[in-house]
Design a protein around this ligand. Structure first.
Ligand code: IMP
Length: 437
């Protein structure tokens, strides 16, 4: 297998970082294809942990090419800041391992201002709970055809003209929100030193990635956010503004969908969501608090406490469908330790009857549907030393097997702790069955 996509099967924060990191060890190239600095993933190298928002997960591995592809929106200041922060920690050669699509769109200061003003001035119940990193407005500019692309950094006159045109387009919105229309010259002055750093990294990412895949290199497409935050397939309008699903890898990286060999979906053993929007299995009781505390469920970009709840199997089946998931990575099973009874949503009661699928009403009228739960006996044992599924307590094993059966896709990996070694790998997408990473 050469081209593998890893996607979040829930609302993001599924623990993609650890799984991507495990498989990255075997990748020649790691490609981010959607989103921007709204993501946050932790790189673990030896005893060191670094949280990055834009850089792909292979960035610290010598010999791995890391690509920010054209489906992304890039904040040049954040990117240069991340490169410099790694340099300051003694990691050399980060820039040499990084390539940036010249067609990726730039997040500029006015995007962040609009995102923030909209969120803070939204009427009750209307705020999306965005990360306020300018993601939505940057993608709006892309769709409105007033965006500024990374390749524009090469040509100061073109860059200036595009920024001026974008400011003209944003002026009414900014004024309506009570904001000021920034001065194009100030933005240009701010961006000039960043441009000098980024221009040498620019490339035709589609050509680069396609050549790697065709050449039989192992290419990992690193998803960001999650299926239910996808612009088309998520719980709209409470979604991000990009194609987070596996198909987004083909669009965002500029390769044919037939080049992708395998899709891995990541799901926690329970569910979380950060920001507003439907979350039918949400818990607001002591069990929910247990999940938040034991799972350290606080946003890695914003620090916000995450909403927590029981695993939603109709949602997982939906994610399996819209992504074409071949195998699941199940994370944070250890967080369930200590709960006496576990519940799993297996179906929904809707105005038109009971369904095993994610009901359409969930997207438009979530109060009209009710999750149907199956109860499972919990376990009290620590799982951190578990090496194989046979080491799991019988109740935990039953939970995993039931999940697999209900999701309809095999489990490739089970994570029982933060450390690399606290992982049961059943299948490595690059090498096949039981090949330990
Ligand atoms: P935006 O992507 O900042 O526009 O935020 C839109 C929605 O997606 C909000 O509910 C955010 O909390 C959520 N979101 C964006 N990125 C992530 C992520 O990486 N993990 C989890 N939620 C995210």
């Amino acid at each position: 297998m050469s081209a593998v996509v890893i996607v979040g099967a829930q609302w993001g924060d599924e623990g993609k970082g650890k799984v991507v990191d495990l498989y990255t060890e075997h990748a020649d190239m790691v490609v981010r294809y959607a989103g921007g600095p709204n993501a946050g993933h932790t790189l673990v190298v030896g005893s060191e942990k670094v949280v990055v928002r834009l850089l792909p997960s292979g960035i610290l591995r010598p010999g791995t090419v890391n690509v920010l592809a054209q489906g992304m929106v890039i904040d040049a200041a954040v990117l240069v800041g991340e490169i410099d922060a790694l340099g300051a920690r003694g990691h050399q050669g980060v820039g040499e391992r990084l390539r940036v699509s010249d067609r990726a769109h730039l997040i500029l200061p006015y995007h962040i201002v609009v995102d923030t003003l909209r969120e803070t001035s939204a009427r009750e119940g209307k705020a999306i709970g965005t990360t306020k990193k300018g993601i939505g407005p940057a993608y709006e500019d892309k769709a409105r055809r007033t965006g500024v692309r990374a390749g524009d950094l090469r040509e100061p006159a073109r860059l200036a003209a595009r920024i001026e045109a974008a400011l003209e387009a944003w002026a009414p919105t900014l004024r309506a929100l009570g904001g000021e229309v920034p001065d194009a010259r100030a933005i240009l002055a701010e961006i000039a030193p960043l441009a000098a750093r980024l221009v040498p990294l620019l490339c035709d990412a589609s050509a680069l990635v396609d050549a790697a895949v065709r050449g039989g290199q192992r290419v990992l497409f690193e998803g960001a956010q999650g299926t239910l935050l996808d612009l088309d397939h998520g719980t709209y309008p409470f979604v991000t503004s990009s194609s987070a699903v596996a198909g987004g890898a083909a669009i965002g990286a500029g390769i044919g969908p037939n080049r992708i060999d395998s899709v891995i979906g990541i799901t926690k053993a329970y569910a979380t969501r950060v920001g507003a929007g439907p979350f039918p299995t949400e818990l607001t009781d002591a069990d929910g608090q247990h999940l938040r505390d034991a799972g350290a469920e606080f946003g890695s970009v914003t620090g916000r406490p995450r909403r927590t709840g029981w695993l939603d199997l109709p949602a997982l089946r939906y994610a399996a469908r819209v992504n074409g998931i071949d195998g699941l990575a199940l994370t944070k099973l250890d967080v369930l330790t200590g709960l006496r009874t576990l519940r799993v949503c297996v179906a929904y009661d809707t105005p038109s009857g009971r369904t095993r699928e994610l009901p359409p009403e969930l997207f438009d009228d979530p109060t009209s549907v009710r999750p149907v739960y199956e109860e499972h006996e919990g376990w009290q044992e620590e799982l951190s030393g578990v090496k194989t599924l046979d080491d799991l307590p019988a109740t935990a094993r039953r939970y995993v097997r039931r999940l697999e059966e209900q999701a309809g896709v095999p489990i490739y990996l089970v994570s029982v702790g933060q450390e690399r070694r606290q992982t049961v790998v059943l299948h490595n997408p690059f090498f096949g069955r039981a090949a330990a990473p």
